[in-house]
Every structure is written in C-alpha cells, then in structure tokens.
Design a protein around this ligand. Structure first.
Ligand code: FAD
Length: 452
C-alpha cells in the first residue's frame, strides 16, 4: 500500500520510472460504473488498472445518487437491463463473489408507484413489462388513494413553476398509477461502488486514486495516459467511465468526432424532508413515487425522512454546467422550494422545513437521456458514459455489457455494422447493444427526463 493512501485498495505511488505501470485495460473513473467494468474485466482474466482523480471509489456523481432501482424506461433495453440488475442487487454478495468486511450496500425493496403522465404513456411501458415478465399492478384513482396514505390524487399536468399562481390551480382530472412491487433503492450508493472496487481488487484489478488523466496519446498500439502525479499508465485498451467528466475526457482525443448523441453535465439536487405522517409508522407502506404530473420524485430516506428529487419539468430552468468540479455541492433555496413544494402538493400533510437540506450532484446527460455503452472510432477506446441520472441501478449489468462488448470488438467484431447482443444471465433476456450506440438515432420515445 502506498504511503499517501488511506484506501486499502489504492496501489499508492507508482514509483519513479517515467514509464509507469502497464495493464491490459485502463479504466478512467472508479464510480459505480468504472468499478463494475473493472470487476467484469478482471473476471475475464484481464489485467485492469483503474485511475480516479478522487480519494476513493464512488466519490463522483455516484455519491449523490438517490440509487432508486426501478424498471420504467422508454426502451426494451432499458427495461431489460434494469430488471436484470434488480436480480443482482438482491444477491449482492453472490454478484460480487466477495464479502466486503468494511460493509455491504443493501437493496431495500419498497415498491415503486409511477403516477400517470402523458410523457410516459402507461401502455408502452406495460407492453415492455409484459415482455420482460415484470410483475405490476394497475391502480385507478380509488386504489391509489387507498394504498398510498395521504396522497392527493389530482392531475395537474403539465408541471408549472411553483412560484406561479397556475401551480395552485385546481386539479384538471384524477390520476391512476402503475405499481411495481419489486422496485426499491440501494441504501448507500458510494458503498456499492466501493464493494465493486474491492471485489475487482480481490480479482487482481489495481486502483490508483488522486490521479487525474490530463492527456492521452496512442503510440505503437498503446494508449499512454498522462496522470496528474506525473506518472504514465500504458494500456492497449481504455474505458472512459468518467461520469460527468466523460465529455472532457473524450475531447482530449476527439473520441466524440463521430457521435450522433451529445453528452453534457447537468447539476441536480436531492432534498431531505421529514416523511409525511402516513409513512412514519414502523410497518407503514412507504414506496418510491415518480410524479411526472407535478415534476418530482420521492423515496424513503433514513431516520423517518423522505428524499425528494426533480424530473426536469419543462417549466424549470435546467442547470447545464461546463465544469463539474465547479458545481456547488450544497442545496439552493430555489431548487429546494421547487421540489419540496411539489412534494407537499402531492402530500398536503408534508411539513417542509425552511432551511434547505440535501445534496447536489451532477448528471452526465445524453441528448435522449439514454446511456452510451460503446466502442469509438479510435482503436481500443471505449465509453460507458451518458448515464443521464438513471443508470446507478444498472451498474451491475453495465460491467458485464462492457465486458462482452470489449471482448467481441477486440476479437474483430464490427459492432457498428453488426451490433453485439448481450444475454442477461439472471433473466435470459437478450439486449441488442446497438441501442446504446454513440451513433444511434436519437431515442424519440424518451421522456426527455431522468426517467429515460
Ligand atoms: C443527484 C443524483 C441522483 C441520482 N439518482 C439516481 C437514481 O435514483 N437511480 C439511478 O439509477 N441513478 C441515479 N443517478 C445516476 C447515477 O448515480 C449515475 O448514473 C451513476 O452514479 C454514474 O456513475 P459513474 O461511475 O458513471 O460516474 P461517477 O460516479 O461520477 O464516477 C466517475 C469518476 O470518474 C472520475 N474521473 C473523471 N474524470 C477523470 C479524469 N480525467 N481522471 C481520473 N478520474 C476521473 C471521477 O473522479 C469520478 O469518481 C443519480 C445521479 C445523481 C447525481
């Protein structure tokens, strides 16, 4: 272990040689995605080196994640990957093949209520649920009121700014919902990334923290990653898993020259408020709730709290940013009000404290809110990016997807012309990885929000 490192899986200093370590694969980013990719590549017998500019695994956008595991996506591939991933979260230790003595992240099954909204039509998602074999219940307004204590089942669509009088207008109808009992959330997303990283290290992957990739060049079939510590990491294969920093990394080598889908960082906040009275009894039914009708989502938090996030309603200003490092991690009064007042409209008994509490993180948003898991036009340069605020849940599957993709392409497959297919080990479903191509047609079925 290096003298500077407090992290048990940090290799520490590389040594003084100008030519630093070599590996089969260099993964940039030890978030939940990069750590999962590292584990699956190490499982395939590859020598993997992961670098991260942070102090340990999962300190990027992963640490701010609400970590909701739900299955409502606009595409078959999104639905199939999330359903596969649920099975992996449920048997996390088996998935890792390792027990982390520093603690294990835990999947909490609480169910998810998705309220009706025109931008995410019920018929479309139910067809996909039927095809995937995902259990669900369709609720009419009476059932919604009966099952979710204290809910206002009024329809208010489209979402309005909470500062406008229109926001307080009477309901224009009543809502039903779709309930998926198997949904839930992971209680500690940063720990989940650490679990994946330690499982990968257990299989031989190496991790170097406090190392930013500053420059990338390719010489004699090897990528040379120039790191902030002055070291150079060499590998024939690079995986960009840099989260909201991914587009900056791509730009270092113009890896995005032929992308038809753009990716850019967006700041987003999640707030914490005391849960409304109906949810606080020990055995109370307290599901996660997606409310595209008002423009918010909620899930159980720890200690009797509720987390409240946003789903990018068109009426709100979105915070596109240039440099994720400059994004304030603290909640603002404006966002806090926008999200918690919507939650309080849905749950009139919700008490909203004056002082904003919560966190801010940064999404890595693709133009159609659908991720990019792909090779690029540069030999040996792969991307697992554009996770659009909705791919924490899929991390266990993303690693396996990237493993399959990289192995196939390195063996000579032209993935652009003849897309690799991935068979989900737990469910048997087949996923055409062309759906995650950098050169795909924009997914016009997307809700255009974090729901994907
Ligand atoms: C507020 C919020 C709420 C969310 N809620 C949910 C949810 O409920 N459900 C869900 O499924 N998803 C959710 N997400 C999305 C999910 O958390 C992300 O999709 C996922 O965590 C992305 O992981 P990542 O590994 O790609 O990125 P990150 O966790 O950001 O990891 C990228 C890593 O790359 C490193 N890095 C970047 N550039 C460099 C460089 N040049 N050199 C070295 N290292 C570098 C960074 O330090 C970082 O650690 C949410 C996200 C946010 C921000």
């Amino acid at each position: 272990m290096g003298e500077q490192s407090q992290n048990p899986i940090d290799v520490g200093r590389f040594g003084r040689s100008a030519m630093g370590p070599t590996a089969d694969v260099a993964v940039v980013g030890a978030g939940v995605v990069g750590a999962s990719v590292a584990l699956e590549l190490a499982r395939r017998g590859l020598d993997v080196f992961v670098v991260d500019k942070g102090a340990g695994p999962g300190y990027g956008s992963t640490s701010a994640s609400s970590a909701i595991v739900r299955f409502n996506y606009s595409t078959w591939e999104g639905v199939a990957c999330s359903w596969e991933s649920k099975h992996r979260w449920e048997c996390w230790e088996d998935h890792l093949g390792y027990r982390d003595t520093d603690g294990m992240a835990c999947f909490r099954r609480c169910g998810m209520v998705v309220l009706d909204a025109p931008i995410a039509p019920r018929d479309r998602v139910l067809r996909l649920f039927d095809a995937a074999g995902i259990p669900y219940e369709e609720w009419d307004t009476a059932m919604l009121r009966g099952r979710v204590p204290g809910i206002d089942a009024g329809a208010y669509y489209p979402p309005k700014p909470v500062t406008s009088d229109d926001f307080f207008a009477d309901a224009n109808g009543e809502l039903g919902a779709v309930f998926t009992p198997d949904a839930g959330y992971v209680d500690d997303p940063r720990l989940a990334a650490a679990n994946l990283a330690r499982a990968a290290a257990h299989r031989g992957a190496r991790f170097g923290y406090h190392r930013k990739v500053r420059a990338l060049t390719r010489r004699r079939n090897l990528w040379h990653l120039e790191l902030s510590a002055g070291d150079i990491l060499q590998a024939p294969i690079v995986v960009n898993a840099a989260g909201p920093w991914s587009s900056a990394l791509n730009r270092l080598v113009h890896a995005d020259a032929d992308f038809t889908v753009g990716v850019r960082p967006m700041r987003q906040e999640v707030h914490q408020v005391p849960a409304p009275p109906g949810f606080t009894a020990i055995d109370a039914f307290f599901p996660a709730i997606a409310d595209l009708d008002l423009g918010t989502y909620m899930r159980p938090g720890s200690g009797g709290n509720m987390l409240v996030g946003g789903v990018e309603p068109e009426c709100d200003r979105l915070e596109w940013i240039v440099d994720p490092d400059l994004a304030s991690p603290r909640p603002t009064a404006e966002r806090y009000e926008a999200q918690t007042v919507r939650a309080a409209r849905r749950f009139p008994a919700l008490q909203v404290p004056n002082r904003p509490t919560g966190i801010a993180g940064v999404y890595d948003v693709a133009d159609d809110w659908t991720p990019i898991y792909d090779c690029t036009s540069l030999p040996g340069f792969y991307v697992a990016i554009g996770t659009s605020g909705n791919q924490f849940k899929n991390a266990p599957t993303i690693g396996a997807v990237m493993g399959e993709l990289i192995t196939s392409v390195e063996a000579g497959r032209d993935h652009d012309q003849d897309p690799v297919h991935f068979r989900c080990p737990s469910t048997g479903h087949e996923v055409n990885l062309g759906a995650f191509s950098r050169r795909r047609k924009i997914n016009t079925e997307s809700s255009g929000t974090v729901m994907g």
